[in-house]
Ligand binder design. Structure first.
Ligand code: HEM
Length: 527
C-alpha cells in the first residue's frame, strides 16, 4: 500500500517554496475573472472533508493501522448524518456537502481521496476517465522488484491499451463462452475434491480456479506438465509482492537510492533482487514452455496458441497473459468462497436455489451450463447478493488523477490517489435497505418493487472506467457455473456437532475471503 505514499511526496517541499509565487498568480488570475468564475476559484481551494489533520504530517497519526476498509466505511457512515437510512430519499445531486462521500486524507503532503459514493466514482473514473486512470507509481515494486511489465500497475498509454485489447479479444463478454467446457470439467473436479473436505474448502477452490485460468491461457498440455509449479511460483511471487507493498521503503520517497550499487547491503536491494528473480520467471517461463510446445506441434488450444499462430504482437501478448493467473486467481476464488460461506450460513436460501435448479435443469448428473443462467433467477440473485455484500476487493485498486480538477465544488489536486470504497458502495444505506443482510430477494421485482432501481453489482464490484477489470466475464462465468454445480450435487452443511457463527470474519487483505469456514459437502438425495 505504498500507493498512498506515492512518489509525489517529494513535490511537497518545492510546492511549499513556490507558495508565494502561486499566491501572486492566483491573485492575478482572480482579478481578471467574472463573478461566476471567481466563485468557482474560491471553491477551488476547498478540499473534500475528512478526519482532522496536523500541519506537515497530515493524517499520519490517525490513519488506520489495519482494516482500512472497515475503518473508512465506519467513518463514512458516521458522517452520513440525516441521510443515514434514507433509502432513495436523497438523490445524489441533493446530498449534503458535509457527508464524506469524498473523504480526503493527507499523508505527509500526499493527497488521498476515498470515494464512498457510486455516482461520484462513475462521474470521476468513467466520465472523466482521461484524468482519473493513472496508477500510483510505486518505486519499490515497479522498478526495484521489476514489475514494470505488469498491466495492473502500468500507466495509461499504448502498452496498457494493447494489453487490454488482448484481454478484450480473448476474455471479452462474448469470447468467454468458448471456455465453457474447461470450466465445466473443472467444476466436476471441484465436486470430486469437495467429497473429502471436512473444514475449509479453500484449497480445492483455489486449485480448480487456477486450473481454469492456466488451461485457458496456456492450454492443457502446459497445465498438465507445469500447472503445479506455476501455481507454486505464483504463490511465492504474490506473497512477496503483497508483503512488500505493505512495508515502508525509503526508496519510494528517495527514488535516487535505486541507483546505489548492488553490493551496498541495503534490505530493499536484497528484497528487490528476490522479487526480480521471481517476476522474471513468471514473466518468461510459462510463455517459453508454450512456445516450445508450439514449435514441437504439441501445443493445445489456448489464448497463447491463437496469438502464436497469428505471430502478432507477441511480446505484449506474453506480458498480458503472464498476468492472467496472478490478477485473477485470488479475486475469483475468494468471490466463490464467499458464496459458499453464505450458503452455509443460510440453509433456507440453499434449499430455494436447489429447488430452482431441480425444476429448471432436471435431475441427474449433468451439470448446468452458464447459458441456463436466465432460468436460474434465484441463483442469479443469490450470486449478485453475495458479491454486493462481500466484494473480494472492497477497496479496488487505486487510481491517480493526472491533473488537478474540481468536482462538486471540491478541489482534487494533481496526483491525488483515489481509492474506491467498493465495499461501502454495496452497503450504502441510502441505496440498499437493510444493507448488511444477505437477502437475494432484493434483486427480484416480484419481491422488491424497487429492484430495477438498484445499481447492478457489476457497476462497482469490478472497478471503473478505463481500468475496469478485464477478467470480469471470465470470473463471473467460472463463479456462476461452479455455484450451480455445487448446489445441484451437494448440501453444504456445518461439520457434525459444530455450531455456525452468525457471520464469518474476513481477512484483512487487499483481496479478501472469509476466514474460519468449516463445512462438509453431502451428496444430495434426488428422488
Ligand atoms: C470475481 C473476480 C474478480 C474481481 C472481483 C476483480 C476485481 C477487480 C478490480 C476491482 C480491479 C480494479 C479496477 C480498477 O482499477 O478500477 C481489477 C483489475 C484487474 N483485473 Fe480483476 N477481478 C476479478 C477477476 C479477474 C480475472 C479472472 C482476471 C484475469 C483473467 C482479472 C484481471 C484483472 C486485471 C488485468 C486488472 C487490471 C486492469 C487495468 O489496470 O487496466 N481479474 N479487478
Amino acid at each position: 500500500m505504498n500507493a498512498i505514499f506515492d512518489q509525489y511526496r517529494h513535490l511537497f517541499v518545492p510546492a511549499l517554496a513556490s507558495l508565494p509565487a502561486l499566491a501572486l498568480v492566483y491573485a492575478y488570475a482572480t482579478s481578471r475573472t467574472d463573478t461566476r468564475k471567481r466563485k468557482e476559484l474560491e471553491n477551488f481551494t476547498r478540499l473534500p472533508p475528512g478526519p482532522p489533520r496536523l500541519p506537515f504530517i497530515g493524517n499520519l497519526l490517525n490513519f488506520p493501522q489495519a482494516r482500512w476498509y472497515e475503518t473508512f466505511s465506519s467513518w463514512a457512515k458516521e458522517h452520513l448524518g440525516e441521510e443515514f437510512d434514507q433509502v432513495d430519499k436523497v438523490p445524489h445531486g441533493q446530498r449534503s456537502h458535509d457527508n464524506w462521500d469524498l473523504m480526503h486524507l493527507d499523508i505527509l503532503g500526499s493527497h488521498l481521496i476515498v470515494i464512498h459514493s457510486l455516482q461520484a466514482a462513475k462521474d470521476l473514473m468513467e466520465k472523466r476517465g482521461a484524468t482519473y486512470s493513472d496508477r500510483p507509481r510505486d518505486m519499490m515494486s515497479y522498478y526495484v522488484m521489476g514489475w514494470n511489465w505488469n498491466v495492473v500497475v502500468a500507466q495509461p498509454g499504448s502498452y496498457h491499451t494493447n494489453c487490454r485489447t488482448i484481454y478484450k479479444r480473448s476474455i471479452g463478454q462474448t469470447d468467454v463462452a468458448q471456455y465453457e467446457a474447461v470450466i465445466v470439467e473443472e467444476a466436476q473436479r471441484m465436486l470430486e475434491g469437495f467429497r473429502s473436505v471436512q473444514g475449509d474448502p479453500w484449497d480445492v477452490i483455489e486449485d480448480v480456479v487456477g486450473a481454469v485460468l492456466n488451461r485457458v491461457t496456456y492450454g492443457d498440455s502446459i497445465y498438465k506438465e507445469h500447472g503445479k509449479a506455476m501455481s507454486d511460483l505464483n504463490h511465492e511471487m504474490l506473497d512477496l509482492f503483497t508483503w512488500a507493498s505493505t512495508q515502508f521503503w525509503l526508496v519510494n520517497f528517495i527514488p535516487k537510492l535505486h541507483s546505489l550499487p548492488g553490493w551496498i547491503p541495503l534490505s530493499f536491494k536484497k528484497i528487490g533482487k528476490k522479487g526480480q528473480e521471481l517476476q522474471r520467471k513468471m514473466h518468461y517461463w510459462p510463455w517459453q514452455q508454450t512456445v516450445d510446445h508450439f514449435k514441437r506441434g504439441i501445443a493445445e488450444p489456448s489464448i497463447a496458441l491463437e496469438y502464436l499462430d497469428k505471430d502478432e504482437n507477441l511480446n505484449t501478448v506474453r506480458d498480458a497473459l503472464g498476468m492472467m493467473y496472478s490478477a485473477g486467481i485470488d479475486n475469483t476464488a475468494s468471490t466463490f468462497a464467499s458464496f459458499i460461506s453464505q450458503m452455509l450460513l443460510h440453509p433456507h436460501i440453499q434449499k430455494k436455489i436447489q429447488a430452482e435448479i431441480d425444476a429448471e435443469a432436471g435431475l441427474g448428473d449433468t451439470l448446468p451450463s452458464f447459458e441456463q443462467r436466465p432460468q436460474f433467477r434465484y441463483l442469479d440473485a443469490a450470486w449478485r447478493e453475495s458479491m454486493r455484500l462481500n466484494p473480494s476487493a472492497p477497496l479496488g485498486i487505486s487510481h491517480v488523477c493526472s491533473k488537478e480538477d474540481v468536482y462538486e465544488g471540491y478541489y482534487i489536486p494533481k496526483y491525488t490517489c483515489l481509492v474506491s470504497n467498493i465495499g461501502f458502495m454495496g452497503r450504502d444505506p441510502r441505496v440498499f435497505t437493510n444493507p448488511d443482510s444477505y437477502t437475494p430477494e432484493r434483486w427480484l421485482p416480484e419481491h422488491n418493487p424497487d429492484a430495477s432501481n438498484l445499481p447492478d453489482v457489476y457497476e462497482f464490484v469490478f472497478g471503473f472506467g478505463r481500468r475496469i477489470c478485464p477478467g470480469q466475464f471470465l470470473a463471473d462465468r467460472i463463479g456462476f457455473v461452479f455455484a450451480a454445480a455445487v448446489l445441484k450435487m451437494y448440501d453444504i452443511l456445518p461439520l457434525e456437532g459444530e455450531e455456525l457463527p452468525k457471520e464469518f470474519l474476513y481477512q484483512d487483505a487487499i483481496t479478501r475471503r472469509p476466514e474460519g469456514v468449516r463445512c462438509r459437502f453431502v451428496p444430495r438425495k434426488q428422488d
